[in-house]
Design a protein around this ligand. Structure first.
Ligand code: SF4
Length: 226
């Protein structure tokens, strides 16, 4: 499989925020979110070919019990299941970060971290925009992921207008546990992050959803490999 990067950092988002973790960033993603902070991993060839054994050998060099498989979009990689099985055999806690557009059965995964994409992610280019809308409008795979794995839903919020869309998305899904939903600010700089987190905190107080940090923005403003 093509690996964009492997690095040791702390989980920046969601219920495991702050936990030291090794990140395996797999290459390739079918979406082109306009605020994507890992555009360098979009191409399926944006990295080095590595075997599952080579990836595992790299991961165990770091003093972490948690591994985060991210991207790009990990479900776009052919050997995702084999990778999770190998990591689970070494007793890693495995989080998979995904946009929720594809389902694979039988993954070893302790936390399926799903980030449903809203209209605020739609790219400006007309041809990309149409494709993007078609992808994000189908919640079939997301429902399967939620039904088969321990999950969290992380929504990236840009403005208060996104709240209606989040409500619609949740309304289309079945058996959603509201305690597994968190909202994160769409931000690339520290100052934008703080301003939007403050506004989002008020929304979370009203809706009961959790406010997720994005520590990678707060601490490093999204630098690659952090
Ligand atoms: S799904 Fe994730 S990796 Fe793909 S374009 Fe959107 S934010 Fe970037």
């Amino acid at each position: 499989m093509i690996v964009n990067e492997i690095f040791y950092s702390i989980q920046g988002e969601g219920k495991l925020a702050g936990v030291p973790s090794v990140f395996i960033r797999l290459s390739g993603c079918p979406l082109r979110c306009k605020w994507c902070d890992t555009k360098y991993a979009w191409s399926p060839t944006s990295g080095d070919e590595m075997t599952v054994e080579q990836i595992e050998a790299e991961v165990v060099k770091h003093p972490a019990s948690h591994v985060v498989i991210t991207g790009g979009e990990p479900f776009a990689s052919g050997q995702l299941k084999e990778l999770t099985i190998a990591l689970a055999n070494t007793n890693f806690h495995i989080t998979i970060e995904t946009n929720g557009l594809k389902f694979i059965d039988g993954l070893k995964c302790n936390l399926m971290s799903i980030s449903p994409k809203l209209a605020n992610s739609i790219p400006d280019e007309p041809d990309l925009s149409e494709k993007h809308k078609k992808h994000i409008g189908d919640l079939t795979a997301m429902q399967q992921l939620m039904d088969n794995y321990k999950y969290q839903l992380k929504f990236v919020v840009d403005t208060a207008a996104d709240l209606d869309e989040i409500a619609q998305c949740i309304g289309k899904l079945e058996n959603v546990n509201p305690y597994k939903i968190c909202l994160m600010p769409q931000a690339t700089t520290r100052s934008e992050y703080i301003t939007k987190s403050q506004f989002l905190a008020e929304i979370c107080k009203r809706t009961g959803f959790a406010l997720s940090p994005r520590l990678q923005v707060l601490l490093w403003e999204g630098q690659k490999g952090k």
